[in-house]
Design a binder for this molecule. Structure first.
Ligand code: NAP
Length: 263
């Protein structure tokens, strides 16, 4: 349908997982894509290169940028490349995340700083650096959040950063309204990406979750696509939860579900 024809979408941390699914969906709908990855010379770069080849094969323009969002100069240089090589930016998708899985009280200073630098400060660096381009396009900012923003997850300090970023998103929605820039968040349930493999080591009962409650990366990507498109133009300052109803059923006890599945 090409609902994003002639639009340029930048997805941070898009070499794999949910970011990759968002990049592919947007490209399939006609957008030109900026793929960002952090780790040079390893599997992340190889996956980013493979993704760019696939998107290029769809007939889209694609720019691959190595940048660490936690480093301001790196972010500025990424947006400089976007300006020079793509000429515009319509949607900024704040997807990159990195955090240790351990209780808050056990975080070393280095881990605590990395948690904030990547998942809070880094996202704000991206918003600030992208603003001149987003102002021109009257663009959109979409933050990828998780249920940890509102519910306790074992060994998941990232949840506190997700809560902070949902607040930043609401702040941006209002402060950038006069520039016709919208800001929203998509809050995902549990998705079986690389980070899930680590998460399940700390979450004793996770295997009680019925298979049908896991969210596919494409389900999150579909909602991001909707928000990027003209169909989402009336929405700003909102967090849309995509969790297959998991959080709605949080007070149900095991065996207490109509379909007899445990939760
Ligand atoms: N998986 C879930 O259950 C779930 C649920 C809800 C929301 N989410 C959120 O969805 C987003 C994607 O999650 P995912 O599970 O797909 O994660 P993932 O598989 O761990 O991928 C994370 C991506 O972020 C990149 N990244 C990390 N630090 C970066 C930095 N400083 N600068 C640039 N890129 C960086 C990584 O690149 P490198 O490998 O190069 O470091 C990687 O491509 C995250 O915001 C996550 O919190 C995940």
């Amino acid at each position: 349908m090409n609902i994003l024809k002639d639009k340029v979408v930048l997805i941070t941390g898009s070499s794999r997982g949910i970011g990759r699914a968002i990049a592919k969906k947007c490209a399939l709908e006609g957008a030109d894509i900026v793929v960002n990855y952090r780790k040079a010379g390893g599997s992340s770069q190889a996956q980013a290169e493979e993704l760019c080849t696939e998107i290029g094969g769809m007939g889209r323009r694609v720019l691959m940028v190595h940048a660490d969002i936690a480093v301001r100069d790196s972010v500025r240089s990424m947006l400089g490349e976007v300006t020079e090589k793509m000429g515009r930016l319509d949607c900024l998708i704040l997807n990159a995340a990195k955090a240790p899985f351990k209780p808050i009280e056990k975080l070393f200073e280095r881990e605590l700083r990395q948690l904030v630098d990547t998942n809070y400060t880094g996202n704000i660096f991206c918003i600030q650096a992208a603003l001149p381009l987003l102002e021109k396009s009257e663009g959109k900012i979409i933050f990828i959040s998780s249920l940890g923003s509102r519910f306790y997850n074992p060994a998941y300090p990232l949840g506190s950063m997700k809560a902070a970023m949902e607040s930043v998103m609401r702040d941006c929605a209002e402060s950038l309204r006069s520039k016709n820039i919208s800001a929203n968040a998509v809050c995902g349930g549990i998705v079986k990406t690389d980070s899930f493999k680590v998460l399940r080591q700390f979450w004793d009962n996770i295997d009680m979750l019925p298979a049908g409650m896991y969210v596919e990366p494409e389900e999150i990507a579909d909602v991001v696509l909707f928000l990027c498109s003209d169909a989402g133009r009336g929405i700003s300052g909102q967090t849309i939860v995509v969790d297959r109803g998991l959080s709605n059923a949080i007070c149900r006890t095991p065996g207490d579900r109509a379909d007899n599945t445990k939760i």
